[in-house]
Design a protein around this ligand. Structure first.
Ligand SMILES: Nc1ncnc2c1ncn2[C@@H]1O[C@H](COP(=O)(O)OP(=O)(O)OP(=O)(O)O)[C@@H](O)[C@H]1O
Ligand SMILES: [Mg+2]
Length: 504
């Protein structure tokens, strides 16, 4: 064969598209990719509609963006019609010229796009079943909607401008055994994902975007609990040296004890506290990565663990450096270029240390809402060989026993030393990591009566033996671990400590 010769070697349409279906989108990430296009087209409202009809179910996305001309729609429907190396406008969320097709085919076999722009209503469609049945392996882009969608498309055509993306034959969603309830659960997952990915578009008094499912607006989910009074720390924004448009802001979220149960639940995010720590990478305000340490850290890189779950770092990147950040077609990964890694690692290391301290707050002298220090049983001591845990003998419960112990005092102290030397640190560490939850302490989940039993003994001791007035004793108990978390029980203590004994 001559060296100058070449063969024309186009891919087989049906094989190519079938292969692209496996890029790894979820329904939620695929929809985010379609919404990216709407945002890039200047849309201010995007409506998602999920229609359940068993195997005839469909999903559609309608926007009020600028729409496309006939030629633009033709180009939009083709795979690989835009060069990923082209420069994009600052607000464009696209890069590869593929998302509309790859995201759609990952979920459905029939993709219909209708648009109204300067050429009036235009509509084109891909149908994988038609391609599979064709004998020439060609790229048959069909004109107009299928009969099933004719009315819908005609109705859309009455709008002045906008684009409709319709997914039918949802073979990757409505598989055998998939029921209506599964569809509803899927919609919930989609909503949670979109409220996270586009939260910066959805926030504020005048949001940039209105994103609705079945007419109901999706509320933003802010990973950083911006403005929450219990947040221990956040950094001012910092610009990356030598990298225009790259900005970082580090956050440490409040400890569980400082959040209401509802806040704690909602702040964790779709994948939970441990999974959602780390960097949040935004490209043009759109979230690409929702919590990752980006391969930073010594050796094999930091892993996500319980102790660092309060650390979240906003990282903004522009769309002009996509190749350097290794953005993928699904817009779900980004890797920092080598020249910025050390800078990011330093900021992350500092944030992780702060988050670790906030997480371990229970061992670090918590304060009441008024800022008074709560007296704690356990103290952590740092020394040159590491750290160790010690029981504070000035804690009222311990002190009371030691004061009364007389001849038993040496034995009591020996017992405390043994407890100190055998704190099951490893065990707690492993259990915490495995359960992804901190073991319960501070009477959490215990019935009030169980707390009261212990509380009454402390109270009686303070009033009868230490000579405190009932109100002094109550104030003291409010600053004593673990009763500071049970103010309602402390308030319920009667003035006369013996009276409660008789009542029992
Ligand atoms: N809703 C829409 N409104 C107007 N134009 C659109 C819309 N959706 C797609 N387009 C046009 O179709 C083109 C192709 O979209 P597609 O999502 O396949 O690729 P992309 O957005 O350019 O890049 P990426 O693969 O990174 O998403 C877009 O560049 C845009 O010009
Ligand atoms: Mg796109």
């Amino acid at each position: 064969m001559s060296r100058a010769g070449f063969r024309h070697a186009p891919p087989r349409a049906v094989a190519m598209i079938e292969a692209l279906r496996g890029l790894g989108y979820s329904t939620a990430t695929a929809l985010a990719d379609i919404i990216d296009n709407s945002i890039a087209a200047g849309a201010t409202t995007v409506d998602l509609t999920f229609v359940w009809n068993g195997p005839g179910s469909s999903v559609r996305i309608e926007d009020d963006g600028h729409g496309m001309s006939a030629a633009e729609l033709d180009s939009a429907m083709r795979l690989g019609d835009r060069n990923p190396l082209d420069q994009r406008s600052e607000n464009d969320l696209g890069r590869f010229g593929l998302g509309l097709k790859t995201a759609s085919f990952s979920q459905c076999r029939r993709l219909t796009v209708a648009t109204t722009g300067k050429d009036g209503l235009q509509c084109l469609r891909w149908d994988l079943d038609v391609l599979a049945a064709s004998t020439d392996d060609g790229w048959h882009l069909l004109e107009g909607p299928d009969d099933s969608a004719a009315a819908l498309v005609a109705d859309f055509g009455t709008r002045k401008k906008g684009t409709l993306v319709l997914w039918e034959v949802l073979d990757r969603i409505v598989s055998d055994g998939f029921r209506e309830q599964d569809f509803l659960d899927l919609i919930d997952r989609v909503e949670r994902h979109l409220s996270m990915v586009f939260h910066r578009y959805l926030e504020g008094a005048r949001p940039l975007l209105r994103l609705r499912i079945a007419g109901k607006s999706i509320a933003p989910w802010d990973p950083f609990l911006s403005g929450h009074p219990a947040k221990p720390w956040h950094s001012p924004p910092a610009s990356a040296p030598g990298m225009p448009g790259v900005e970082v802001e580090c956050h440490v979220l409040p400890h569980k004890d400082r959040l209401s149960a509802k806040e704690f639940e909602s702040a964790q995010g779709p994948d939970g506290w441990t999974a959602q720590q780390g960097f949040y990478v935004y490209r043009n305000q759109r979230l690409l990565v929702a919590g990752s340490w980006l391969g930073l850290g010594q050796g094999r890189g930091w892993t996500k663990d319980e102790a660092h779950r309060l650390a979240r770092i906003r990282l903004d990147i522009p769309n002009s450096a996509d190749a350097a950040w290794k953005i993928d077609i699904r817009k779900s990964t980004a890797r920092p270029p080598v020249e910025i890694r050390a800078w990011l690692a330093k900021l992350a290391d500092d944030t992780r240390a702060r988050a670790r301290r906030a997480f371990a707050m229970r061992g670090q002298a918590p304060r009441t809402r008024n800022g008074e220090v709560v007296s704690q049983v356990w103290q952590s001591h740092h020394f040159s060989g590491g750290m160790r845990y010690r029981i504070d003998t000035t804690h009222p419960a311990v002190r009371a026993v030691l004061d009364d112990a007389k001849g038993l005092a040496p034995q009591v102290l020996a017992m405390l030393r043994i407890i100190e030397e055998t704190v099951p640190v490893q065990r707690i560490w492993i259990d915490t990591a495995e359960q992804r939850e901190t073991p319960r302490t501070g009477f959490a989940g215990e019935p009030a009566a169980a707390v009261m039993d212990v509380l009454k003994i402390m109270y009686r001791n303070m009033v009868q033996l230490k000579g405190m007035s009932p109100s002094q004793a109550r104030s003291r108990l409010l600053l004593t671990e673990p009763f500071q978390n049970h103010p309602e029980l402390v308030a319920a203590l009667p003035d006369d400590p013996t009276e409660q004994e008789q009542k029992q």
